[in-house]
Design a binder for this molecule. Structure first.
Ligand code: FRU
Length: 520
């Protein structure tokens, strides 16, 4: 019984603690590469997920490999994600995998880099063509301001086949095509990485020793910096004679804004990461709320004029974000403690309920025992057919017992009358501790043996037993109704030794006389 209670209780506790959990949205994030721009964005994606306790993120980075990204998208799909966020490495190559996810009914958010297919739920990015164009216009103006007759520009492109590389290049070319005095002296592969840009530039310099480079336009800041290193190492150029422009304009240590402030780059363009906004979009889609299918993110040029202010502001924002992070950790801790506390509370409540139930059960049991004993005091063994001993020998038929009564019974009284008389005699004389069965028999005008047989036949008990029970019953009543102590009661009902009285009392009622006092 006790064990069953325990299991029920544990089950209830588990149910209560489990019911606190919510449905999880599993969002798969397929990043085409891994670098400081992606690191910042991933941190923002995580931050965005903090605000939704029903969201779980699964990250995968393809390190610029088409093959790896396709595999990763397939395995995210097999993991049962509810939504896919993807930056496709190249436009054509990743599309089939994205299509597979979309066809399977998984909503797809394409961000920052485009797919060749229309199978996506939403697209979010800054305008890469516009970025290239604005940067082109800036470069035209810059070279004009330097009064260089024919500005020589070396372009370092992003990964071939990736949409930002194509669009930035197109925007840049459109901006400079009609500008007089600008010449693109080389257009090199940079693959978005500093080492590739460095190698490409190094090779180009070997083959173009006599070509002057006034400005390098890198499709991103890292490729601009790769070219810068190559030019610096070539000894053909003094560092200050060439300007470097890139795109990304990241805040923080070694980010584009700092590079512009410190004059390592002449300009950059903020390519917004906005991971938290992407998560908001994802949650809106998952929860069936309204959302924009195409979102264009705002962006801005970073020059020496605004780099210092931008950096200060971004540092302040980062400090705030760090503090928010800390706050989140604290809140997490607190929530965890609350969870533990809740389980402990339920356990405590369970234990208290169990204890209360046990106390009530014990009390009821005790009460019923006392009632049975009280009943026995009232309906004592004097009543034929209701005696304990007769109950115990239920199958012993009364006629047989009566048949045992010897013929020589002189009085031939009716049975109840005989018992009533015998009872009166016992009740009257029981206080005498010297009282013997012979005395009782004499009072009933019977021999000791006759009395024994008749009483035994009618009640199932011997005269001595009945005398003892009568004494005990009276003692019970006295304990309930008088202030006399146990010894006084014992003597009053005819026991010559209180210790013997206590023993008989316990045998009869299952408790010592003192307990009757307490329970009354
Ligand atoms: C980051 C990055 C950025 C660039 C963008 C283009 O992985 O290489 O530097 O602006 O991707 O998609």
């Amino acid at each position: 019984m006790r064990q069953r209670f325990f299991y029920l209780f544990v089950l209830a506790t588990l149910l209560v603690s489990c019911s606190g959990g919510k449905v999880k949205y599993r969002i798969g994030i397929s990043q085409c590469s891994e670098d400081i721009w992606r690191d910042k964005q991933n941190a923002e994606l995580r931050m965005g997920a903090y605000f939704h306790d029903n969201v779980e993120l699964k990250f995968a980075a393809a390190y610029d490999s088409d093959e790896r990204q396709v595999q990763q998208i397939d395995s995210l799909m097999n993991d049962g994600i509810d939504l896919l966020i993807v930056a496709p490495n190249q436009v054509q190559t990743i599309s089939p995998a994205i299509d597979r996810a979309y066809d399977k009914g998984i909503p797809v958010i394409v961000f920052e880099r485009k797919t060749s297919s229309q199978k996506y739920t939403a697209f979010i990015s800054a305008d890469n063509y516009e970025m290239g164009r604005v940067m082109g216009e800036y470069i035209v103006e810059k070279l004009k301001s330097l009064k260089i007759e024919e500005g020589h520009v070396l372009e370092i492109k992003g990964l071939e086949g990736s949409s930002p590389a194509i669009e930035r290049h197109n925007g840049f070319m459109d901006a400079i095509k009609d500008a007089p005095g600008i010449k693109v002296v080389g257009s090199l592969q940079g693959d978005w990485t500093e080492p590739t840009a460095y190698e490409s530039t190094k090779q180009w310099l070997l083959n173009n020793k006599d070509v002057r480079v006034d400005l390098v336009f890198g499709a991103n800041d890292r490729t601009a910096m790769g070219a810068r290193k190559a030019l610096a190492n070539s000894k053909l150029y003094t560092l200050n004679s060439t300007l470097y422009c890139g795109i990304d304009g990241l805040p923080g240590e070694n980010g584009g804004i700092q590079l512009v402030r410190d004059s390592l780059l002449d300009a950059s363009y903020i390519y917004p990461t906005h991971g938290d906004q992407i998560i908001e979009l994802a949650v809106n889609i998952l929860e069936g709320k309204p959302y924009e299918k195409e979102t264009m993110l705002m962006s801005a040029l970073v020059t020496r004029d605004n780099a210092k202010v931008l950096l200060m502001q971004s540092e302040e924002l980062m400090r705030q974000a760090d503090r928010l992070d800390l706050l989140h950790d604290k809140a997490d801790n607190y929530l965890h403690k609350l969870d533990v506390q809740r389980v402990v509370n339920w356990l405590a409540i369970g234990v208290i309920i169990l204890l209360l139930v046990a106390i009530v059960l014990f009390y009821l049991y005790h009460l019923s025992k006392v009632n049975i004993r009280r009943e026995r005091v009232v309906n004592n063994l004097w009543n034929l057919g209701s005696t304990e001993s007769i109950e115990l020998t239920e199958n012993t038929e009364k006629p047989t017992a009566i048949a045992d009564i010897p013929e020589e019974d002189p009085k031939k009284e009716t049975e109840p009358l005989f018992i009533t008389r015998f009872r009166e005699v016992v009740e009257r004389r029981m206080t005498n501790s010297e009282l013997s069965v012979e005395d009782l028999a004499a009072e009933m005008n019977l021999s000791r043996v006759q009395l024994y047989r008749k009483v035994k036949a009618l009640t199932g008990s011997s005269p001595v037993e009945l005398l003892r029970i009568a004494r005990l019953n009276r003692a019970y009543q006295m304990l309930l109704t008088t202030d006399k102590n146990v010894s006084e009661v014992a003597y009053d009902v005819g026991f010559s030794a209180p210790a013997y009285f206590t023993k008989c009392f316990k045998d009869e009622f299952g408790m010592v006389p003192g307990e009757v006092r307490k329970s009354s």
